[in-house]
Design a protein around this ligand. Structure first.
Ligand SMILES: [Zn+2]
Length: 648
């Protein structure tokens, strides 16, 4: 799943809601019945006759325009073309239909009229005349031009995701439709993809035909500055790191960095005992311009970080778990998938109820494999985990009203929009809350089996089956319980239920059962300092969450207010700005000093707040000093955490 997203601008969302509520007043019973049946034929598991040729001209990097042309074999009668709506890995109806423009459909050079389905903006309908065997379908897919729109094409690189730039016929499973893809790249650029090249003429490359499922699962990265790194030399199933950078200097990789990335492959094989691809490509952009990314596929992943991933390695530990996370998804998510998340095509709604396995356990293994590979030191792992644990210790009061499972609705409910009260509304807690839960499961298995078995046993049993196959194997909640019982008999249903389906899950238990506990001191860890300073979104954020209950931008903008924390109780809301602290102009350092000084004082910390154009002074009655999370050993208990992160 992508952990970075194209944000939705809030004003548009609000006006859409307003328009809907007015329309609802006038809607009739008949219209409601129509709306329930949008007359789109449900997908059948039958082959679509013929092969659809699709060409993308991706050479217009100056204006950020992908020009698409499809030749679709058809027969006379009604035809519905769909634009993918439910995007694998997004777990949500996030297909960017607003970025499709200029749609023209012709037959024998003559334009055909299309209309959009009245109740589904992703469906285009037309009548194919007698005697027409092929349709020409042309449109543009427009890359965003500003960071908030999401930039997929720059003057130096591009990310071509087929789900965004293709239309496909309704009525068939997506695995039953064959596409023959080709792409024209900017002059002299190189590319990487899990697709296999069939032929090449200049900058135009034709790829071997694939099912629509596989095409959508096989994006292409291309760019001016490129390096291909073999992560498993001599292997029958090759694994490559395909790096595209803003400038050649960012492509420099030290022998030590190469080694830890190779270790990632070795450690994943030792964990899962299998692979589910013929070859694997990490499509990796290092850029300040192209939007960051993290989206899993079966035989590749779209990964995007800032340019200094290699060259600024020592200062850049946070987010270094990205590759391990997306790679784990080849096993957990692509090969094994929750039954309600599997859909026959990309316009049937997905069910997200088991994302605490799909994403939660992937988040767990992402951290662990990063450390087993040597991309994090044990200290960096513990400092990263301390930040996660602290969030669930102090910064998620929303579990008073929502369950972990309820947050699996967030990809659809919130689509990663900015939230005014994050700690209370909560968002997608199945990632990190799931991670804390799987730590508890791992520690429980170890203690029940006297350390003979662990969550590694589960991973091998559950994800390591059918080596070499990448036919998706679905599972239900009961399958998870049964697989855990296969590792060691226990009341796993009740155990999981306590975390997933009840309020206030006991997230700290796993940490304590692993021999560690969370403490707070007045100094952040090096990892936490790097996190605050890092270039990756949402950084340049100063974290006073666990003390006064605020996170702030460099200029004092209030990014978040902890619900029921000291600042919240004093009446401060998010979106305001801290202008001064104790009469002195705001800087993060000034606030730090004031929080420290207030520890030995009875007077409140006075903040001058600018809120929607109005200034007011707010006294915050807080005397607990600075608070930054760390993990410390619980003496006399087994150190499972150390065993969990040791290289296999
Ligand atoms: Zn993910």
């Amino acid at each position: 799943m992508p952990r970075l997203h194209r944000p939705s601008p809030l004003p548009v969302r609000c006006s859409v809601l307003f328009a809907l509520s007015l329309a609802a007043l006038a809607i009739s019973g008949a219209a409601l019945a129509d709306a329930a049946d949008a007359h789109i034929p449900p997908p059948q598991d039958t082959p679509y006759p013929g092969t659809i040729a699709i060409h993308v001209d991706a050479s217009d990097t100056r204006q950020g325009i992908f020009r698409v042309h499809e030749t679709i074999p058809v027969s006379a009668g009604k035809l519905i073309l769909l634009y993918p709506k439910w995007i694998p890995g997004d777990h949500s109806p996030s297909g960017p239909i607003d970025m499709l423009a200029g749609l023209k459909i012709t037959a024998h050079g003559k334009p055909l009229k299309w209309t959009r389905n009245e109740y589904d903006v992703y469906a285009f309908e037309l009548e194919v005349p007698q005697g027409v065997a092929n349709l020409d379908v042309a449109f543009q897919y427009l890359s965003g031009r500003t960071p908030s729109q999401g930039i997929e094409m720059t003057g130096k690189m591009l990310d071509l995701a087929w789900s965004k730039m293709s239309l496909y016929p309704a009525g068939h499973y997506s695995r039953d439709i064959t596409f023959a893809p080709s792409v024209t790249f900017p002059q002299g650029w190189q590319f990487a993809t899990a697709l296999e090249q069939a032929s090449r003429a200049g900058d135009t490359v034709s790829f071997k035909p694939k099912t629509y499922n596989t095409l959508v699962d096989s994006p292409i990265y291309a760019g001016r500055y490129f390096k291909r790194v073999d992560l498993d030399p001599g292997a029958k199933t090759p694994v490559h790191l395909d790096v595209f950078a803003d400038a050649p200097k960012y492509l420099e990789i030290t022998p030590e960095q190469l080694q830890v990335h190779r270790n990632l492959v070795t450690q994943a094989y030792k964990l899962f005992g299998s692979h589910h691809y013929d070859h694997y490509d990490f499509l990796f952009s290092l850029s300040d311009e192209l939007s960051g990314n993290g989206l899993e596929h079966h035989q590749s992943s779209e990964d995007g970080m800032g340019p200094g991933y290699f060259t600024n390695w020592a200062d850049n530990a946070p987010n270094r778990d990205l590759l391990a996370h997306e790679y784990t998804h080849s096993w957990n998510g692509k090969f094994r998938r929750p039954a309600d998340l599997w859909t026959p095509n990309f316009n049937v709604p997905m069910g997200d109820s088991l994302l605490w396995v799909y994403e939660g356990q992937t988040q767990y293994w992402g951290y662990v494999l990063t450390t087993r590979a040597g991309m994090w030191t044990p200290q960096q792992y513990r400092d990263a985990l301390a930040m996660v644990a602290a969030n669930y210790d102090r910064n998620r009061p929303g579990f008073e009203w929502r369950t972990l499972e309820d947050t699996t609705n967030d990809p659809t409910a919130a689509e990663r929009a900015a939230l005014p009260y994050r700690s209370w509304q909560m968002s997608e807690e199945y990632y990190s809350g799931g991670q804390m839960m799987w730590l508890a499961v791992d520690a429980k298995i170890r203690s029940l089996t006297h350390d003979r078995k662990s969550l590694d046993t589960f991973a091998r049993d559950f994800f390591g089956v059918d080596n070499g196959s990448f036919v998706t194997k679905t599972y239900t909640f009961d399958d998870i319980v049964n697989a855990l019982n296969g590792v060691v008999k226990f009341d796993w249903k009740a155990f999981l239920d306590r975390y997933v389906d009840q309020l206030e899950p006991p997230f700290s238990k796993g940490l304590e059962a692993s021999g560690w506990k969370l403490v707070y001191t007045d100094k952040p860890s090096t990892y936490a300092r790097q996190y605050e300073a890092g270039s990756q979104s949402p950084r340049h954020i100063y974290n006073f969450t666990y003390s006064i209950g605020l996170t702030l931008t460099k200029d004092g903008g209030i990014n978040d207010v902890r619900w029921n924390g000291p600042a919240f109780k004093a009446g401060i809301g998010s979106g305001a700005q801290v202008v001064a602290v104790q009469g002195q102009a705001y800087k993060a350092g000034v606030l730090k000093d004031a929080i420290s000084a207030a520890k030995d004082s009875k007077s409140p910390i006075e903040l001058l707040i600018k809120d929607q154009g109005h200034y007011r002074t707010v006294p915050v009655d807080y005397h607990g000093g600075l608070q930054y999370p760390h993990l410390v050993r619980v003496k006399g208990t087994p150190d499972y955490l150390d065993q969990i992160i040791k290289a296999r």
